[in-house]
Design a binder for this molecule. Structure first.
Ligand SMILES: NC(=O)c1ccc[n+]([C@@H]2O[C@H](COP(=O)([O-])OP(=O)(O)OC[C@H]3O[C@@H](n4cnc5c(N)ncnc54)[C@H](OP(=O)(O)O)[C@@H]3O)[C@@H](O)[C@H]2O)c1
Length: 268
């Protein structure tokens, strides 16, 4: 699916999973890229592959978005270069309950999942509004629709991303700028392995492919949606989450967590 805006896209977390998949889809559609992640070698390999396969330019920016310096480096690019599509994709989860985690671990999660999205949207938006065109996809999660993982603060961070994107998207759409929250369900990437989350007991039907997630996101962005939930099964799940009484949801969540071998309040 071609992006609705030609030009340059900046993608955070572009070396793996959903971010790398965005890079492949956008490069195939002829969009130039600025690729951001911490691992420089991996970034160079992705850039070389994409420029070798497609006639696009891909530049790389090594930045740790949990640090002030890393964030400032990406903000600088967004303020100084024309960026037509920003994909705020990099994110992490802790495999720990708030009852066990340290404040520093929680701050890492907040810096990457929330503050980086805030800073980079703030850096990209003024030029987009001034031009009357531009697009921002903030990668959130279906988990942000309700706190269904006892002890985990990840859903709270994603609830912020979804709500923030909807609010900014409502305000900017009349000025030609699209802002959309992308809310995938479980997607096969490196995400769970990085967090040390065991996925062995999760049924196959829960899993999405990153290609399908990105296809749906670009389609929904073009339609002007504020929130994109890829796949029929997760659309149904989100509707159920919204309709189920909170007390019932809390009971189901506690049971679900123990069935997956997780101790309530002890692990994510
Ligand atoms: N996979 C799922 O089931 C799922 C479901 C719903 C939502 N999501 C969301 O989707 C987004 C992408 O997740 P994914 O599953 O594609 O993850 P992934 O496969 O683990 O990839 C994460 C990417 O982010 C980069 N990254 C990690 N920490 C970073 C940091 N501090 N600064 C800059 N870049 C960083 C990684 O590269 P480096 O390590 O080189 O920095 C990598 O390119 C996240 O926001 C996640 O919350 C994922």
């Amino acid at each position: 699916m071609a992006p609705s805006n030609p030009g340059t896209a900046l993608i955070t977390g572009a070396t793996a999973g959903i971010g790398a998949t965005f890079a492949h889809h956008l490069a195939r559609a002829g969009q130039d890229l600025v690729l951001v992640a911490r691992d420089g070698e991996r970034l160079d390999a992705v850039a070389a592959e994409l420029t070798g396969r497609h006639s696009i330019k891909a530049t790389t920016l090594v930045a740790d978005l949990t640090t002030d310096e890393g964030l400032a480096a990406v903000e600088r690019v967004l303020r100084e270069q024309r960026i037509d599509l920003l994909v705020n994709n990099a994110g992490l989860s802790l495999n720990k309950s708030f009852l066990r985690s340290t404040l520093e671990e929680e701050m890492q999660l907040m810096r990457l999942n929330v503050l980086a999205v805030l800073h980079l949207t703030d850096a990209a938006l003024p030029a987009m509004l001034a031009r009357g065109s531009g697009e921002i996809i903030n990668v959130s999660s279906v988990s942000g629709f309700a706190a269904t993982m006892p002890g985990s603060t990840y859903p709270a961070s994603k609830a912020w991303v979804t709500s923030f994107s909807e609010a900014v998207g409502m305000a900017s759409r009349s000025r030609g700028v699209r802002v959309m929250a992308l809310c995938p369900g479980f997607t096969r990437t490196e995400f769970h392995q990085r967090a040390g989350i065991s996925t062995g007991k999760m049924p196959d039907f829960l899993w999405l492919q990153a290609d399908d997630v990105v296809e749906a996101a670009l389609r929904d962005l073009r339609k002007g949606k504020l929130v994109s939930v890829p796949s029929v099964r997760y659309k149904v799940a989100v509707t159920a989450l919204k309709l189920t009484p909170r007390s019932l949801l809390h009971r189901f969540s506690a049971r679900g967590a123990s069935r997956l071998g997780r101790t309530v309040g002890d692990s994510q």
